[in-house]
Design a protein around this ligand. Structure first.
Ligand SMILES: CC(C)(COP(=O)(O)OP(=O)(O)OC[C@H]1O[C@@H](n2cnc3c(N)ncnc32)[C@H](O)[C@@H]1OP(=O)(O)O)[C@@H](O)C(=O)NCCC(=O)NCCS
Length: 162
């Protein structure tokens, strides 16, 4: 049975492994280099208070994670969070991302956010499917916004009012 819960420090190896799969697959992030344990420890240490990290666990195995990330330091944007979501390769397309986003949105409301924004690649079909299913609206596409393996990449901004 799929269970979604708050992430613990003990989950970090799984979170790291799943994130690195997303980096290797070249569909999720402009990060190119595989991350190490020190990186994820530091990332987790910076996800405190309102910036929750949750994991999905099935039969004792972590199959995905999602987080609320800072969007802007400016007070006027204190109600806006950015999100990340990564599912283990073998567990994609089975509803785990949907379950994580549902829970993350509840947590975001509890933490006082009124909106979630995200930045995704227009060619990430699974990501597009997940976000549109969950009610995220396309804000627009930044042309040649970043570089991945030396090639310019378009980045789509999406948002959902909670
Ligand atoms: C993108 C990702 C998070 C989606 O999570 P998931 O658990 O695979 O998604 P779900 O199974 O909950 O599917 C949600 C919806 O997305 C769509 N979808 C899922 N996989 C799809 C695919 N391969 N192609 C097209 N649409 C797809 C479907 O509409 C689905 O809804 P439905 O099954 O009710 O029709 C996951 O595939 C993943 O981790 N990919 C690599 C990392 C990544 O891209 N992260 C997002 C960065 S922006």
């Amino acid at each position: 049975m799929l269970m979604v819960r708050t992430a613990q420090r003990d989950d970090l190896e799984d979170i790291l492994q799943i994130y690195n799969q997303g980096i290797e697959d070249r569909i999720a992030t402009l990060e190119e280099d595989i991350k190490n344990h020190a990186y994820i420890e530091n990332w987790f240490a910076n996800h405190v208070d309102r910036y929750a990290v949750i994991v999905a666990e099935e039969d004792g195995i972590i199959v995905g994670w999602a987080s609320l990330n800072p969007y802007s330091q400016r007070c006027a944007y204190a109600g806006v969070a950015d999100l990340s979501v990564y599912i283990r390769r073998t567990a994609r397309g089975k509803g785990v991302g949907s379950a994580l986003l549902l829970r993350l949105q509840e947590v975001a409301l509890q933490k006082g956010f009124h909106k979630i924004v995200l930045f995704t690649f227009p060619f990430n079909q699974a990501g597009q499917g997940l976000y549109r299913k969950m009610g995220y609206r396309e804000v627009g596409v930044f042309k040649n916004q970043g570089k991945l393996d030396g090639q310019f990449i378009d980045v789509m901004a999406m948002e959902k009012l909670l």
